[in-house]
Design a protein around this ligand. Sequence first.
Ligand code: GLY
Length: 377
Amino acid sequence: MSSILQAIDYAIRQIDSCLPAFIEKFPFSHSEGNFYEASENVEWTTGFWTGELWLAYEHTHASKYKDAALRQVASFKERILNRIDVDHHDMGFLYSPSCVAAYKLTGSEEGKKAALLAADNLVSRFQLKGQFIQAWGELGSEGNYRLIIDCLLNLPLLFWATEESGDDTYRDIALKHIDTAMRVIIRDDASTYHTYYFDTETGEPSKGVTRQGYRDGSAWSRGQAWGIYGSALAYRHTKNPKYFDLFERMTKFFLDHLPADRVPYWDFDFTDGSDEPKDSSASAIAICGMHEMAKFLDEDKATFYRSEAEKLLHVLIDTCAAVDPKVSNGLLLHGTYARKSPYNPCNNRGVDECNTWGDYFYLEALMRFAKDWDSYW
Ligand code: GLY
């Protein structure tokens, strides 16, 4: 079993192998044949690479990571100022690991300004009827009148924005969205819907529908993981015990439904014996969530979640980590971005590949076990 520190060294070597290609440009959301192509600063995924650079900087103190990350902070500021691909809710995914991290680690005023503008953009998507932040599409349109479980990771940006600006609006909207999301998105057995629609006239919740899971009633494994980390972050920022209960139940569902090799299939409808692909990124996200929640628990529970998280992390290190720059320029193999099913609108995309969020959360998870890491979220 490789040690955590050795795994971090491998990950940083992987980052070094592609750093020159990804300073002005970013890795695309997912790899092809386990290699990332370069992309402009678009999609919901570019902040993760900048976040990896900040983690590498924290671990090594080498200025090459800081210098590259700060150049990317300038790109994120241009992106929000010029409204390039920002008509959606993924402001936290983009701006927390890049610009909030820059501000926390270096005092970057440019990072602070960009992240506050991103927070403004996020609150502009709040819908009074239904009390939620609309994920995608034209604001108020019937076909897009829904929240998605992933948004829980966008909300720490709003708590941060209130702390930095003194304006309670950001926090109030985060609290309202969390309350709505937690009410509608978790089923009785603690599996989760991916997205939930609301009536545009009355604001009443209407139906749970999947976008990236296998079917409406299944548990998309990455969605379940967003629920785990999202409820831990909701607890961190609110200390509301309701979110601890939901965290415990969603985590139990996740752990109870893992296959024998402890790497989830892309949807929990699939288990041992299936030919369907895995999604290692779901595991990386859930590990971070369990580790985060453990900070707030009594010793017995904290030990339980830390130990479950550490076991899953060692599985990732031993079976999914990319350790050879000739095989991949990513960190975590065997992720799945989107998988076609008869019941979802997806085409296959990034199936059994690296993806930037899998890489980021894997490195965040390693850092969490290596030091007393101060969260970017
Ligand atoms: N947040 C989008 C995804 O997890 O694919």
